[in-house]
Design a protein around this ligand. Structure first.
Ligand code: ADP
Ligand code: ZN
Ligand code: ZN
Length: 816
């Protein structure tokens, strides 16, 4: 009987490709293994076997596979099922999903070049298959892993390569070698003598005369103090800008302890596991309500106000799940992953926690992948950003989606444009796992699902320790300007509160949703303002580098001395970003320490942690920052939060802008007065009577929900209607204009109502590509699958029209 396999290849073509295999290969091959397959005239791709069957393709002659790369599947059945769901729901190809799902090292390594090691090995040490490859390298100095297919009779090549590397018979390219070579990595941690606050203070004082060494200690402390986990010497040296010899000096002084840890780079077991906290009564009843809710709702929403202690409730659920031997996935927004929460969970669960996020190298991600695949205790709890939904779980018992309202759970570009929260719900279903969505400001989608009884619903409305919700005051800037009560961007009210807070020894957070110094430079003489040459946006002035920069494409140029249009030197800054606020604060409060947290100050592996730790350690009095500040941070001494300007968020042209402003403002406010005294929040605005601001100032989620849902209903927006946004882009405006008109017209022939556009988005050109949007609104009761089929059909005929082929079409399901 002939055998065939369907293979997923990482290219954007709708269908899978069928290859033929031999009978002996069919005995060995399983779905989820990697194979190298020929494609087109000369290409070889690494693909994943989706299915083994005996149906010859009708449209073409199936080619033979090139080789089998694995011994055992690296992707399991449930994953393939999830990929299929994503591909259907989000209207993308299986290849798109594969590219997002697999760490790139899995694909690259099969294309790696191998060479013989200089050192000679004892050939009798080599197994038969190992010897075959080794011998081949006598004749050819280097081979691609793909090339050795006939040597090994196509079988499980990568495992053989791995063994040869371990035996030091061959080498592979640096990057890949890193992954397999047995090696010792140098780590250091602060000596236990300095673990108390006092001892550390004393040490820092002693080191005042050795600022470089002091810096190393501070950096080390900020990244490893609470976990007591050693830090890689090379990371430490990069991060603190200190040479390795400075670190050595600290080791010699006995201040740092040195470790050599073998190979396992991702995890290291902390020594002592802290006991989980006893819940207070509110938390206890929330926990038991959640458990009860799980009996008939596998998905439950926990609406718990900021600082109500949601995390500790999750911890109890996690404990339960791992005690029954199940795996746990804890999803978090990317940025929240680098800090406090990871430490908290690692203190409780030690080495059972694996972290998975994009700052890790592809090889580190492979390591987590393999640990999950082997159902290893080292990855029983995975803390991860959105892409961790793709890990090879086999035995999930619980998924927590923390800050479930976060926009960053949605991937915009490239495809698959999936939403990790919604994907997690599907994933949970496949595993029969419980899914808990948690937030102080739930998305309308989830809250609506809870109201419809589709999801279970539990509330936790008391802050821990019964601290009151912060007192939120709206400050009318228009009034203040009229009465001349503004200093720069600070109202007298904000300055008063700041002065008082600082005097009392407390800390302040100032929120401004834009980075840079000012988003628009305008000539006072002729009104000209410098624009990005590639995008339809103004360039933002960054004072620190004295540059003008485009936040969309990265274009930059030196700041202008005079107007490009008329030569006048009278240039004006319009609007303001975090840099400008930082500068003003420094002038207004010269005796206090000010820092800034935004994309520009948090690059580098530990950039973000360093600022967080400095704030925790009260080395910073006033922190100015963007929405990075909102991601689940917990500071004891922050008593005042100032929102510098509420209006630009509210006016953002997006149907979710009001919902998001509410969430953002309430989340930042939630950083004030978390554990003892009540905190204070001041929101500066030109429009204090805006409904959203009124709702924020009374923390009235329900009112916000009802009002927004009303709008969503009236304007046919999610979650009342389903939406698919179709974006077309091309470098030629006329082309994209014609194409989008054609597309919309074809849609209207199928869907007589509810097709909007085409329209140019607010920023009509980015990176020299012109954009057009078309919106399809689909009533909830209508079958989404049918609509999608129709769209795909139109899309296919679109590409058969000459001239349209080069237009890129982007399908965004749910229009996040
Ligand atoms: P949320 O996630 O709801 O914003 P957290 O879980 O961060 O709240 O809790 C807020 C603060 O209260 C944290 O500092 C946390 O350590 C503390 N906390 C919460 N629950 C308990 C508890 N049961 N015992 C002691 N401290 C707690
Ligand atoms: Zn001018
Ligand atoms: Zn640009």
């Amino acid at each position: 009987m002939p055998y065939f396999i369907d293979v997923i290849i990482p290219i954007p073509l709708q269908k899978l490709f069928t290859y033929s295999i031999t009978t002996s290969e069919s005995r060995f091959l399983k779905a989820g293994m990697r194979v190298a397959v020929p494609f087109g005239k000369s290409k070889i791709y690494t693909g994943i076997v989706a299915k083994i069957h005996n149906q010859a393709p009708t449209a073409y002659q199936a080619k033979d596979i090139h080789q089998i790369l694995d011994d055992t599947p690296i992707v399991n059945q449930k994953q393939l099922q999830l990929w299929q769901w994503i591909s259907n729901y989000y209207m993308c190809t299986m290849g798109d999903v594969m590219r997002a799902a697999l760490p790139s090292a899995f694909i690259l390594e099969s294309e790696t070049v191998i060479t013989k090691n200089k050192k000679t090995v004892d050939e009798s040490d080599l197994k038969d298959d190992e010897f075959l490859v080794y011998e081949a390298l006598h004749h050819q100095s280097s081979l691609k892993i793909h090339d050795i297919s006939n040597i090994l009779d196509k079988k499980n090549v990568l495992p053989v390569i791995k063994r040869l590397i371990e035996k030091e018979a061959i080498t592979v390219e640096e990057e890949v070698y890193e992954k397999y070579k047995p090696k010792l990595v140098r780590y250091v941690k602060l000596h236990a003598n300095f673990s108390s606050e006092n001892a550390l203070q004393k040490l820092l004082e002693d080191l005042n005369r050795a600022p470089k060494q002091r810096d190393v200690v501070m950096t080390l402390f900020s990244v490893s103090a609470k976990t007591k986990k050693p830090v890689k010497v090379s990371d430490l040296s990069n991060e603190s800008d200190a040479s390795v010899s400075i670190i050595k000096a600290l080791i010699n002084k006995g201040i740092l302890e040195e470790y050599h840890i073998q190979t396992d780079r991702v995890q290291y077991s902390g020594d002592d596991n802290e006991a989980t906290k006893n819940l207070n009564n509110h938390q206890k009843s929330a926990l038991s309500e959640i458990k009860k809710s799980f009996e008939n709702h596998s998905v439950t929403l926990l609406h718990g106000v900021t600082s109500s202690g949601k995390t500790e409730v999750y911890v109890k659920l996690i404990e339960d799940a791992i005690n029954t031997g199940k795996q746990v996935l804890y999803l978090l927004p990317e940025i929240a992953l680098t800090t406090q929460l990871v430490t908290r969970l690692q203190n409780y669960f030690g080495e059972q926690v694996a972290v998975f996020h994009s700052k890790y190298s592809s090889h580190e991600r492979v390591e987590v992948w393999n640990n999950v695949l082997q159902n290893s205790a080292k990855a029983q709890i995975v803390l991860g950003a959105r892409s961790s939904v793709f890990l090879p779980f086999d035995n999930l018992g619980l998924i927590v989606v923390d800050e479930e309202h976060e926009q960053s759970f949605k991937q915009f570009d490239p495809a698959p444009r999936y939403h990790a929260r919604d994907t997690a719900v599907v994933l949970g279903n496949m595993h029969n796992a419980k899914v808990l969505l948690g937030s102080a400001t739930p998305s309308l989608e989830s809250y609506f699902n809870a109201k419809q009884n589709k999801y279970g619903f539990v509330e936790l409305m008391h802050r821990f320790n019964d601290v009151l919700m912060p007192d939120i005051e709206l400050v009318d800037i228009k009034e203040k300007l009229k009465k001349k009560r503004m200093k720069g961007h600070f109202s007298d009210r904000l300055l008063e509160e700041m002065t008082e807070t600082l005097k009392a020894g407390h800390q302040i957070i100032l929120f401004q949703n834009r980075r840079g110094f000012s988003p628009i430079i305008e000539c006072k003489t002729c009104g000209h303002s410098p624009q990005c040459p590639n995008c339809d946006v103004s360039l933002t002035y960054h004072q620190y580098r004295n540059q003008l920069r485009c936040h969309y494409c990265g274009y930059n140029s030196a700041m202008l001395q005079d107007c490009m249009a008329c030569g006048s030197q009278d240039l004006d800054n319009k609007g303001f970003g975090t840099e400008q606020i930082e500068e003003e604060v420094k002038l207004l409060f010269p005796d206090y320490k000010v820092a800034r947290m935004d994309l520009d100050t948090t690059r580098g592996k530990y950039g973000y942690e360093k600022i967080i730790t400095a704030l925790e350690q009260q080395e910073i009095d006033i922190l100015v920052g963007t929405q990075m500040l909102t991601k689940g941070l917990d500071f004891r001494n922050v008593k005042l939060v100032g929102i510098m300007n509420a209006d630009n968020m509210l006016n953002f042209p997006d149907f979710r802008a009001h919902e998001r402003s509410f969430q953002l403002m309430l989340q930042v406010s939630g950083r004030a007065g978390r554990t003892e005294e009540r905190g204070k929040v001041l929101i500066q605005t030109y429009n204090p009577y805006h409904n959203i601001l009124q709702q924020v100032s009374t923390s009235n989620y329900i009112e916000m929900f009802n009002e927004q849902m009303n709008d969503r209903y009236n304007y046919k927006y999610p979650p009342i209607y389903k939406q698919i946004k179709i974006t077309l882009k091309h470098k030629d405006y006329k082309r994209v204009d014609d194409a989008s008109i054609w597309f919309a017209k074809s849609l209207r022939q199928v869907f007589t109502v509810n097709v909007l556009g085409p329209e140019s988005p607010p920023i009509g050109r980015i990176r020299n590509q012109f954009y057009k949007n078309i919106l399809v609104k689909i009533p909830k009761q209508q079958h989404l699958g049918k609509t999608k089929e129709a769209i795909i059909k139109i899309n296919n005929s679109f590409f058969s029209i000459k001239g349209f082929r080069s237009v890129k079409v982007i399908l965004n399901v749910d229009n996040y």
